[in-house]
Write a protein that binds this ligand. Structure first.
Ligand code: BGC
Length: 421
């Protein structure tokens, strides 16, 4: 067996971003209203000013050897009031995609990344059945303008995470904790909206590759010998990993050209008396130094083998996979570099065993507005100076560049890539 794995020709390498987290001044969406109402200690404000700085950001991605880039278009800019579509906003995103193409960077466009137009949320958002048609109309507006330039589309980012945060935990807009019924309805509508968007995009581009980005934690029982832990882990795993596919119908393959895998973490689950932990358990986050487990600054366990596990599992659907997100928030730059190399090695091992994967996107290109954590989480390949907005590449950007450029990775030793500050 060769110690080097070579990725297939044309494999997509890049970083992922989302509109609200990087653009700045997204005044027409529900997150902006939530922030302005003072519900968080942070506000996105002008974020990374990527709305203006996208060309120099894409120069940077090009200089890093990225041949692809995942971004999201902001529904609330395109349709700031119900039924009123902004030609300026559509033109902007056409320019953004053109700027990527000029740099030989393949765009992967997400249509919904957690934020909704404020008018949409005010009228009931995803809990209403007509949300599907409203989303379809927006997708029609975007794909009729952009499908000639964009082949890869992510319809919806992490439907289960959105629904959990918005309607169960209730700490994201519309902030309705414990609303199980609404959560169920919203998830069903999001899945149906995916199906509607799939057909709409294919109408404009028959060879389009359309999928959704799925949050895929690797869920296991904390104590496999304990029946209640096993029960809670199984149920949590079903809700996070399987439910969306059940809602997509008997043959998800008919509405998925690829599955987007967002992988960050292994969750060790313990059953607990009371609350939702009686059903889906409680995540056991405490680090155990004797096992030398490593954690991100958000307390997420670094577990590269879990990526191999989830890839092998989702390959069973028979469509290609795309790693639409994988990354770490940390201020330990050696850990970030090690994280990337170890996860890409796990990806290579899965592919060597026959799993079809078409791309890998690191989350994220530069530090951004991390939802309820605001600017405190640091996932970036580059830091961003809060005053000047200058991007300061981190060592991991150099390691990732060496993998993108060589299109290969050493399997049996820590990757020795070039690093730069
Ligand atoms: C989301 C991103 C987020 C990242 C890190 C993913 O669930 O798609 O928007 O920033 O995780 O938390």
């Amino acid at each position: 067996m060769s110690a080097t794995y070579r990725f297939p020709r044309g494999f997509l390498w890049g970083a992922a971003t989302s509109s609200h987290q990087v653009e700045g001044n997204n005044r027409w969406n529900d997150w902006w209203e939530f922030e302005q109402a003072g519900r968080l200690p942070y506000r996105s404000e002008d974020a990374c000013r990527h709305f203006e700085l996208y060309e120099s950001d894409f120069d940077l991605a090009h200089s890093w050897g990225h041949n692809a880039h995942r971004l999201s278009v902001e529904w609330s800019r395109i349709e700031p009031a119900q039924g009123e579509f902004s030609t300026d906003a559509l033109n902007h995103y056409v320019d953004v995609v053109a700027a990527l193409k000029e740099r030989h960077i393949e765009p992967v466009v997400t249509l919904h990344h957690f934020t909704n137009p404020a008018w949409f949320t005010r009228r009931g958002g995803w809990t209403r059945t007509d949300s599907i048609d409203l989303f379809r109309r927006y997708v029609e507006a975007v794909s009729s303008r952009m499908a000639d330039r964009v082949r890869f589309w992510v319809t919806i980012n992490e439907p289960t995470v959105y629904v959990t945060r918005a309607f169960l935990k209730g700490n994201w807009p519309p902030c309705q904790p414990g609303s199980w019924l609404r959560a169920g309805r919203a998830l069903r509508n999001l899945c149906r909206a995916h199906t509607a968007a799939y057909a709409t995009i294919h109408k404009h581009r028959p060879d389009a590759m359309v999928g959704f980005a799925h949050s895929t934690p690797y869920v296991v029982a904390l104590d496999p010998g304990r029946r209640l832990d096993r029960f809670a882990a199984r149920l949590r795993d079903f809700v996070h990993n399987d439910l969306c596919f059940r809602l997509l119908g008997q043959t998800p393959r008919r509405v998925l050209d690829f599955i987007g895998i967002n992988y960050y973490v292994r969750q060790l689950v313990r059953w607990q008396l009371g609350g939702t932990a009686m059903l889906v358990g409680k995540e056991h986050k405490a680090s155990n130094p004797s096992q030398s487990r490593k954690f991100s600054s958000l307390g997420w366990e670094v577990y590269p083998d879990g990526l191999r596990e989830v890839l092998t599992r989702f390959a069973a659907f028979g469509v290609p996979l795309m790693i639409t997100e994988n990354g770490i928030s940390t201020s330990d730059e050696a850990l970030r570099t090690e994280f990337i190399a170890a996860h890409i090695r796990a990806l290579a091992l899965a592919m060597r065993d026959g799993v079809r994967v078409i791309g890998y996107f690191y989350w994220t290109m530069f530090d951004n507005f991390e939802w309820t954590e605001g600017p405190t989480a640091r996932f970036g390949l580059a830091a961003v100076d809060p005053a000047t907005k200058l991007r300061g590449p981190r060592p991991a950007a150099g390691l990732f560049e060496s993998i993108c450029r060589s299109n290969e990775i050493q399997l049996n030793e820590p990757h020795r890539g070039t690093t730069r500050q």
